[in-house]
Design a protein around this ligand. Structure first.
Ligand SMILES: NC(=O)c1ccc[n+]([C@@H]2O[C@H](COP(=O)([O-])OP(=O)(O)OC[C@H]3O[C@@H](n4cnc5c(N)ncnc54)[C@H](OP(=O)(O)O)[C@@H]3O)[C@@H](O)[C@H]2O)c1
Length: 395
């Protein structure tokens, strides 16, 4: 593909976009990638002082998105909430054969993008890859890598993988809050959206088709391999859908009965049991508030606003770990993905930045379509993330 640019970061003036652009200022330079930053406000883009070309384009202007998509081989975007700002860019990239990666965790919007653009992207060869941040790379690439390790060790894939999200520290930003509030409003207004969000196979090629039973985790449980308590994980309703889509798109290599689950852990002590109770209560209270307009509006007023996010000090103290317990044929393997950076921003900037570079630079064999990170990039992206400081390894 011969294009004027290899890569454009769209939304570089936002809280997360700035971190991604700063990450690429180092990483893209080392790989001689021709890249640019884009957004709707030239003064804000110039003020970033990154010394790369600046493109001014509004996400709500389809011809501007088409022009942007034709100039570059890859677009990497942090312009969210994506259901508000993302439609024209995905359409333009699918049409122009331009690879695309983003940070959305908005399942109903991803479903609409799959239905509208998967077939066209397959024709043009555009790899459209949502969820290239903390949602859902540790889950999707972690499950894929755990299965490769399980197959290498035991000669066959695991029948179940349970991702257990462990100790983590970080914060959240205005765009993340806005995306969550938009999604809650959309679900409140439309029963079909509520049904889609509750469907464990919401992102599968055929969400209504026959599938292995995969209910979302409910309540407090005990994880015998890790000897830890587990509680429902707030992002499971996004991540599990992405992993299942990836398995379906790959042709179900781990079998029609393969199941993937996601939970969060607390220590296997009395203190851990108390934490599990507190988290379960807190998550239930948050869910209740998000489903009631007056409480939701009060939360929205106190949440970070667009452009705001966790301080440098909070980010510097950040870390996360997920332990993936793979089981099958009487064997068990524990695989770990982790980083010593805050999940949603420091680590996400590496994940999205490396996904964009992987799409731009690495010889990938995946076809076009609305893919998941593991289907689009798999081993080359795991290698890149290891070089960026993340751990992907058998525990
Ligand atoms: N998956 C993950 O792990 C993860 C982690 C972090 C963030 N996220 C997601 O990333 C998204 C961004 O979050 P954030 O906190 O960085 O948001 P933010 O600070 O509010 O940034 C939003 C960006 O979108 C731009 N924008 C808004 N409307 C636009 C338009 N019409 N045309 C062009 N650009 C427009 C803004 O430009 P201006 O500066 O000109 O206003 C800004 O650059 C959210 O959807 C969030 O959920 C996901």
């Amino acid at each position: 593909m011969t294009r004027e640019l290899d890569l454009v970061v769209f939304g570089a003036t936002g809280f997360t976009g700035r971190l991604v652009a700063e990450y690429l200022a180092g990483a893209a330079g080392r790989e001689s990638v021709r890249w640019a930053i884009a957004g709707r406000n030239r003064d804000k883009l110039d003020a970033l002082g990154l010394g790369v070309p600046v493109i001014v384009a509004d996400a709500l202007d389809p011809p501007a998105m088409q022009a942007l998509a034709r100039r570059t081989a890859v677009v990497c975007t942090t312009t969210g909430p994506f259901a508000r700002y993302g439609n024209a860019l995905v359409a333009a990239c699918a049409d122009a054969g331009t690879h695309y990666c983003d940070l959305t965790g908005e399942v109903p919007w991803m479903r609409r993008m799959i239905d509208a653009h998967h077939a066209r992207a397959r024709e043009t060869g555009a790899r459209i890859v949502h969820t290239c941040g903390f949602d859902s790379i540790p889950s999707d690439l972690g499950c894929w890598a755990a299965q490769q390790a399980f197959i290498a060790q035991f000669g066959a894939p695991a029948r179940t993988v349970t991702a257990v999200f462990g100790e983590q520290s970080g914060g959240f930003s205005g765009g993340t809050a806005a995306s969550a509030f938009d999604l809650a409003r959309e679900a409140e207004a439309d029963p079909a959206v509520r049904a889609l969000i509750a469907n464990p196979y919401a992102l599968d090629p055929d969400p209504a088709g026959p599938h292995a039973l995969a209910p979302d985790a409910a309540g407090i449980a005990w994880q015998p391999t890790l000897k830890m308590f587990t509680v429902p994980f707030v992002m499971a309703q996004v991540n599990t859908r992405v992993v299942r889509r990836g398995h379906a798109l790959a042709g179900a290599p781990w079998g029609a009965e393969f199941t993937y689950r996601e939970v969060m852990s607390t220590p296997g002590s009395l203190r851990g049991a108390a934490m599990a109770l507190a988290i379960t209560g807190g998550v239930a209270a948050l869910g209740f508030a998000m489903n009631h307009a007056s409480l939701r509006n009060r939360l929205a007023r106190r949440a970070p606003q667009p452009g705001e996010g966790p301080s440098a000090a909070v980010r510097a103290r950040g870390h996360w770990i997920v332990r993936l317990v793979a089981e099958g044929g009487g064997e068990t393997l524990v695989y770990t993905a982790s980083d010593r950076a805050d999940p949603g921003y420091g680590s996400t900037a590496k994940m999205l930045g490396e996904a964009a570079l992987c799409l731009a630079r690495d010889p990938l064999r995946s076809p076009g379509g609305v893919l998941t990170p593991s289907v689009a990039m798999a081993a080359p992206l795991v290698d890149r993330l290891r070089r960026a400081g993340l751990t992907f390894a058998v525990a």
